[in-house]
Design a protein around this ligand. Structure first.
Ligand code: ATP
Ligand code: MG
Length: 556
């Protein structure tokens, strides 16, 4: 067996029969929905997708694939105030990157504006909806609270004719914004506030990114969503838990109108991750206030940010499968996502050498022209990746942290008089230290070299780079975006108060020649340092900029 197959097993866990799979199993067994599985992913184009959306994407597209059905990509663009085509394009790129396809099933809720309007008139005709003239404040007051029934609006008993006339004039633009709303006529005493004659349409003169100024009334989410699902023949309408209380309304609307399809709404717990925020509104705030350099800043939990950072799509899919699907809210540790990223990169990323904080070492028993050639392994997890020549010369660079003038207890790397193994290339023993006469800073070490076959007792191996081969490169080191696991916890503070000032640090590192030709988006393991990916925005040919993807090991 190759290692490859072990790895792909560990990164793609066997699917668990979570409760949604069980529901679909039962539906298929009962021959429901003509034994079809049709799901949808319905983003609102008001921001970029984040890792929370990935959970929903993997679930909806994943189930469709698994059960031989299909998943629609539908933009829920019923609230034009915050929506933009920029987001539409970005969402498509992100879903494709995650590895999913919608084929011809690409829709906009705004495609259904005319149909939705027709269903609203149908509700009016059936005496199930009315035009209400309460002001916003009165509306709230009449609605009541969960423990106390609401009050019926004086508009509730308008005749069908009156309602139709008003609603048509609402559409025609006869009234100012907010003058009227269309409401469902359900039950002002319902313990569920969503059933207390909810608003179905409001007057809003806002330019829509697709329908322009054609409409001055827009449907509410609850009205548009269930009907869009039914129009498309969705079988399982999967959404997050906060919509559970909306389900009676979802069902009520579809029960009243003459549409032959009635999808089943199923709710699951949304993904929450430690050390990050996940609402588009807050992510937008981070962008607008300049806390990050854009939606695709590698510190962001957005899919474009993670992609740029170097998180493989396969790692995100494995993560989504690992966290599973449940009905209760919980918080997932960022470490789990990082673990999945590491697993994937460990299998695939080529090993390379970079010295992030260089300290010069002079090998005293080599002349300027002397040296040896060793072979460096490209990926110990993948024999087929082969080896590359790697010269050792009189001058090399090691990491500053791999030397200690006064070593603390249990420090096994280099210190005066002590030896260490050079990765692939024998041993060095520190014989002398060169210091800056003014600052006292160590600027070089003088070491004796011994070949690999020498019997030298050492407890550590360090990486190094031959000075004549070393090139400079910008390396961006990342920490978590926030200093606390839950930046929203302290209600007296703004979440931006917990931004980690060290989330990005930039340094000039020395890299081996094999790295300087690396292509944008390629990922590597810098030995002993971590995984790094060539930035897709700021790199130039022959001059890569590296983003740290993840550390080699989980920190405590
Ligand atoms: P946000 O709260 O970040 O603004 P949203 O729910 O308003 O997100 P939508 O564009 O409406 O964003 O979401 C599209 C789909 O993604 C919805 O079905 C929604 O339930 C799902 N989704 C959003 N956030 C998460 C999350 N954290 N975990 C799982 N699914 C999510
Ligand atoms: Mg939303």
């Amino acid at each position: 067996m190759s290692e490859e197959s072990n790895i792909s097993e560990s990164t793609s866990p066997a699917p668990s029969r979570h409760f949604i799979r069980q529901i679909i199993d039962r539906d298929l067994e009962a021959g429901k929905n003509n034994s079809q599985v049709i799901t949808r992913f319905p983003p609102e184009p008001n921001g970029y997708l984040h890792i929370g959306h990935a959970k929903s994407i993997c679930l909806n597209f994943g189930l469709a694939k698994e059960f031989g059905g299909r998943c629609h990509l539908r933009y829920d663009d019923t609230n034009p105030a915050a929506e933009d085509v920029e987001y539409v394009d970005a969402i498509e790129a992100d879903v494709r990157w995650l590895g999913f396809e919608w084929g011809e099933h690409h829709y906009f809720a705004s495609n259904y504006f005319e149909a939705l309007y027709g269903y609203a008139e149908e509700l009016i005709q059936k005496g199930k909806a009315y035009v209400c003239s309460l002001s916003a404040d009165e509306f709230k007051e009449y609605r009541g609270v969960p423990t106390r029934p609401g009050k019926e609006s004086p508009s509730r008993n308008r005749t069908v004719e009156e309602n139709l006339d008003l609603f048509r004039r609402m559409r025609a633009g006869a009234f100012p914004d907010g003058a009227y709303v269309l409401r469902a006529k359900i039950d002002m005493a319902s313990p569920n506030l969503h059933m207390r004659d909810p608003t179905l349409y409001r007057i809003k003169r806002i330019h829509h990114h697709r329908t322009g100024d054609e409409w001055c009334i827009y449907p509410m989410y609850d009205f548009a969503h269930c009907i869009s699902d039914a129009v498309e023949g969705i079988t399982h309408s999967i959404c997050t838990l906060e919509f559970e209380v909306h389900r009676p309304l979802y069902d009520w609307i579809l029960d009243q109108i003459s549409i032959p399809c009635h999808p089943q709404q199923i709710e699951f717990a949304r993904l929450n991750l430690t050390y990050t925020v996940m609402s588009k509104r807050r992510l937008l705030q981070l962008v607008r206030e300049g806390h990050v350099q854009g939606w695709d800043d590698p510190r962001m939990p957005t899919l474009c940010g993670m992609r740029r950072r170097g998180y493989p799509a396969a790692a995100i899919r494995a993560f989504c499968e690992t966290i599973g699907v449940t009905k209760y809210d919980s918080v997932t540790e960022m470490e789990l996502l990082e673990y999945c990223v590491r697993q994937e990169l460990n299998a695939k990323a080529l090993r390379r050498i970079a010295v992030l904080d260089p300290l010069r070492v002079v090998i005293t028993n080599f002349s300027d022209t002397e040296g040896i050639n060793v072979q460096a392994i490209n990926n110990p997890e993948d024999e087929t990746a082969g080896k590359r020549p790697f010269p050792l010369t009189r001058e090399i660079f090691i990491e500053r942290a791999d030397f200690a003038e006064t070593p603390p207890p249990k420090y096994f790397r280099l210190s005066p008089g002590k030896s260490v193994r050079l990765r692939y290339a024998g041993f060095i023993t520190c014989e002398d230290i060169e210091k800056d006469p003014e600052t006292g800073e160590v600027i070089a070490l003088h070491c004796r070299w011994d070949p690999p076959e020498t019997k030298v007792k050492v407890k550590a191996t360090i990486h190094w780079l031959a000075a004549p081969t070393a090139r400079e490169a910008e390396v961006r080191l990342y920490e978590r975006l926030f200093t606390v696991a839950d930046p929203m916890e302290d209600k007296d503070k703004d979440f931006t108060d917990f931004l980690n000032p060290n989330a990005l640090r930039t340094t000039t590192a020395l890299i081996e020649p094999a790295l300087s030709e690396a292509g944008a988006g390629e990922s590597f393991q810098f030995e002993r340092t971590g995984y790094f990916c060539v930035d897709t925005k700021d790199s130039q040919p022959g001059q890569p900029v590296f983003n740290q993807v993840v550390a080699l090991k989980a920190s405590k």
